[in-house]
Design a protein around this ligand. Structure first.
Ligand code: GLN
Length: 540
């Protein structure tokens, strides 16, 4: 029999982008500080079955899990803050729910019943949530969207029912905005009143209100919110803007949130744990992130730079790596579509490392090739991720091997030198629609390589999300000329890592190491890349 878990349901009011994902992740960290077993699930009200098809310009990064699920970027926050590994089941979309209800209806599973939102869709949502119970103390359930949206109603109804069926084992936390109006120098609680009213109208009484505001909320505002929300003033939590998201768990802890939740849920910190060490490590991290004196400047060259969320995990991993090196990160966003040979020097002035992240499609490719060439020739540390590896290979093939027009068949179907191409097995699959290499794969590292030194072990497992590969027909030539393939996929022998020996740091990886970096356990390649950048003189 599975042990029943306790639940914290997290909803949001007034408007989106208040930091519900970070708050949920931070609650997870708080439970971890108390040595409790916790996981989280994101309920997304959109009808996409998963985030794989969504445009990063609109929706931010697609976060990939070990099992190859393409999920909402909030799962990245959960993993980073909670130090857990999640999977497909931790992101439930309305698309997934309706897909399975309709499949069952077509199969005749409902035995002639009229299939309806209540009860069938609601039951499906509840069963997806409770399916997560597996020796856990707590499950955090974040409801995407804002209370009052049409789309999120079935999800809210599902958690309302769960609370009824599991009295005493659930807590509702509502995140809301308390704007500070400069003209009257006042915190305004009206929008929060309305969103709490809306929540209560559908039968949910929040237990805690987290008030997001630019400043700490006053006692008067706290009292007022408590009164109209029908909660204890101690359960109105002030969450002002912070310098780094990693301060949020510490802030919530200082407000006593962990004590309140443990008490409400009848949970206790397990006996015999040292206690402070995780919190101390977290405090040290937050201190370095906010007050390290020295900085390191890294350029990220991409095409989605207008929406920084598109590179969320890459940026977080750089922060982790900078902190691990005792530095504060300074990011320079470089739009690859605007890069020109003549402006390279100016664009990279002051920069100590160049990172080319993943991407799809042709736009901005030539700018990235220029950036890789600049890094290689000027001996500036270069880190290419996924597309960034492919770019490094294209650049090397063109400029060192002299293969004119070398490219990827993703961009030019009839490239004269398709150094990046679909492999035979994928070409067959392409006709069937599923061509992406997704999720965790094992890679063997060659001895005496930078990769082997950086990882400190011969075999690694990393997450993937790509379609194209380094063409095996060119590997020997590339290696001979100095771009060595230092990591190969264990099962297929496909190239996973390339590097240049005669360079301070030049590495491309076909996988996405950014999905495995956490603040307390920064990814070794990011750490080594930033360390190499630090030991450089910034480019003039
Ligand atoms: N577009 C490239 C491919 O499909 C790279 C993908 C990526 O960077 N995630 O192989």
């Amino acid at each position: 029999m599975k042990r029943p878990a306790k639940y914290v349901f997290i909803t949001g009011g007034v408007l989106s982008s208040l930091g519900k994902g970070i708050t949920t992740a931070s609650l997870g960290a708080l439970f971890k500080f108390n040595y409790l077993k916790v996981t989280a699930v994101k309920l997304d009200p959109y009808l996409n079955v998963d985030a794989g098809t969504m445009n990063p310009f609109q929706h931010g990064e697609v976060f990939v899990t070990d099992d190859g699920a393409e999920t909402d970027l909030d799962l990245g926050h959960y993993e980073r803050f909670m130090g857990v590994r999640l999977g497909a089941k931790n992101n439930v979309t309305a698309g997934k729910i309706y897909e399975s209800v309709i499949t069952r209806e077509r199969r005749g599973d409902y035995l002639g019943a009229t299939v309806q939102t209540v009860p069938h869709v609601i039951e499906e949502i509840k069963s997806r949530i409770t399916a997560l119970e597996d020796g856990l103390d707590i499950i955090l359930v974040e409801v995407g969207g804002t209370v009052g949206d049409i789309e999120s109603q079935p999800f809210l109804e599902a958690i309302r029912q769960m609370a009824l069926q599991r009295r005493g084992d659930t807590v509702f936390l509502h995140l809301t905005l308390v704007p500070f109006l400069g003209t009257v120098e006042e915190l305004k609680t009206k929008p929060s009143q309305h969103s709490v009213q809306e929540l209560r109208r559908i039968g949910i009484q929040p237990d805690l209100i987290v008030a997001r505001s630019s400043i700490r909320i006053s006692d008067a505002a706290r009292e007022k919110i408590a009164l109209f929300s029908n909660v204890d003033p101690a359960c109105v939590i002030s969450l002002p803007d912070v310098r780094t998201i990693y301060e949020v768990p510490l802030l919530l802890r200082a407000e006593g949130v962990d004590k309140i939740l443990l008490q409400r849920l009848g949970l206790r910190k397990p006996a015999g744990q040292a206690g402070a060490s995780l919190v101390e490590r977290w405090e040290r991290l937050a201190r370095t992130l906010t007050s390290a004196k020295d900085t390191v400047e890294i350029a990220v060259v991409g095409k989605y730079i207008k929406l920084h969320d598109a590179y969320k995990s890459v940026v977080e991993s750089l922060h982790h790596a900078a902190a691990a090196n005792g530095r504060k990160l300074e990011l320079k966003w470089i739009d690859s579509e605007k890069l020109r040979e003549a402006t390279l020097r100016e664009s990279f002035a002051g920069v100590s490392g160049i990172l080319v992240p993943g991407g799809f499609g042709e736009r901005g490719i030539e700018g990235k090739v220029l950036a890789a060439a600049y890094a290689r020739l000027k001996k500036i540390p270069y880190f290419g991720i996924c597309l960034g590896l492919q770019i490094a290979v294209i650049e090397f093939a063109r400029n060192v091997l002299g293969l004119d027009g070398a490219g990827s068949t993703e961009f030019t179907a009839r490239s004269r030198h398709p150094v990046i191409d679909l492999m035979e097995a994928q070409k067959a699959k392409k006709k069937l629609g599923g061509t992406m290499r997704l999720g965790a794969f094992t890679c063997n590292l060659k001895s005496d390589s930078l990769a082997r030194r950086v990882y400190g072990r011969p075999r690694i497992v990393e997450r993937h999300r790509h379609r194209y590969e380094v063409h095996s027909g060119y590997v020997q030539k590339l290696e001979k000329a100095g771009l060595s393939a230092s990591g190969l996929d264990q099962a297929t022998g496909l190239v996973e890592i390339v590097e240049i020996k005669d360079h301070p740091f030049f590495m491309g990886v076909q996988f996405h190491p950014e999905f495995l970096s956490t603040p307390l356990s920064p990814h070794p390649v990011f750490k080594a890349f930033v360390a190499a950048a630090i030991s450089m003189k910034p480019s003039a």
